[in-house]
Ligand binder design. Structure first.
Ligand code: C2E
Ligand code: MG
Ligand code: MG
Length: 266
């Protein structure tokens, strides 16, 4: 019993601390560059949240997002992340990328995707930051799209498309890899899950899967981004398969704004 009480107490404390993190300005956004594989140019960044905990140091998204999702705190956190990222990337667009404006990708979890006033919030965020909707990509996992009636998801996705933003299917292949998702959902981009990229050039099945996904996506006019690009061999294989874009530790891990600026300058 003591254990359960302890767990409940710990959970309540963690929830209270997470709630306070917003007021106390403890959340941070880090940015991972997305590269054009043929030219090595930075085409965009993915915004990823971190919690700069006063005692525990920097906490990764995977460690606190499940609690945020369960408690509904993901809604204010997600809005804050998008507001901050739009403001920051808009400033970089003005400073560094006059010709090819930097794109911004942000993640929408299942709770955020299905919130009733998502479109209204996004409209406000875009308006306040002056960010062009066509430069913003919202990443949604296939499992989040499948979490409710697919028809409900399709309507929600069309409402987002109406705003002028781009939509990406995140972690593609990790759970469903349903080909009908391509047909059913109005998405523009597909992100190949890093579990397949890891086996490129080593595991024939993974190479065959990435080839098939890239071919289908290209035939349907979707851009393909490979996740978890960690080696020069991955880059070579992806280029050969015709995958246009990639992100991963080979190029850069998620970076704090100052580091990302240094990356853009080189
Ligand atoms: P994701 O959207 O698939 O993001 C990519 C994750 O892979 C990031 O983990 C990133 O740090 C990690 N990664 C990048 N390159 C490599 C690599 O070369 N190798 C390996 N092994 N990993 C790499 P992170 O930041 O811990 O985020 C985990 C997940 O949490 C994200 O997966 C996304 O689903 C979610 N997430 C992160 N930030 C946010 C946010 O602001 N809002 C929402 N709703 N979800 C977020
Ligand atoms: Mg993502
Ligand atoms: Mg992903």
């Amino acid at each position: 019993m003591a254990g359960i009480a302890c767990d409940v107490t710990a959970r309540t404390d963690a929830e209270a601390a997470l709630r306070r993190s917003l007021e106390r300005d403890e959340l941070r956004v880090v940015y991972q560059p997305i590269m054009h594989l043929a030219t090595g140019a930075v085409v965009g960044v993915e915004a990823l949240v971190r919690w700069a905990h006063p005692e525990r140091g920097l906490i990764l998204a995977v460690e606190f997002l499940p609690l945020a999702e369960e408690t509904g705190l993901i809604l204010p956190i997600g809005r804050w992340v998008r507001g901050e990222a739009c403001r920051q990337v808009r400033a970089w667009q003005e400073r560094y990328h006059t010709e090819h404006q930097l794109r911004l990708s942000t993640n929408l979890s299942v709770g955020e995707f299905h919130q009733a006033d998502l479109v209204a919030h996004l409209t406000t965020t875009l308006g306040e930051s002056g960010f062009s909707p066509e430069r913003l990509t919202l990443e949604i996992t296939e499992s989040a799209m499948m979490a409710t009636d697919p028809e409900v998801s399709v309507s929600a996705l069309f409402a987002l498309k109406w705003l002028g933003v781009q939509l990406a299917l995140d972690d593609f292949g990790k759970e469903y890899a349903s080909l009908s998702a391509f047909k059913r959902f109005p998405v523009d981009q597909l992100k190949v899950d890093r579990s397949f990229v890891a086996g490129l050039g080593r595991i024939p099945e993974d190479t065959a899967i990435v080839r098939a996904v890239v071919d289908v996506a290209r035939a349907l006019g979707l851009t393909v981004v490979a996740e978890g690009v960690e080696t020069a061999e991955h880059v070579a294989q992806l280029r050969e398969l015709g995958c246009e874009e990639g992100q991963g530790y080979f190029f850069a891990p998620p970076l704090v704004p100052e580091e990302l600026e240094a990356f853009l300058r080189v």
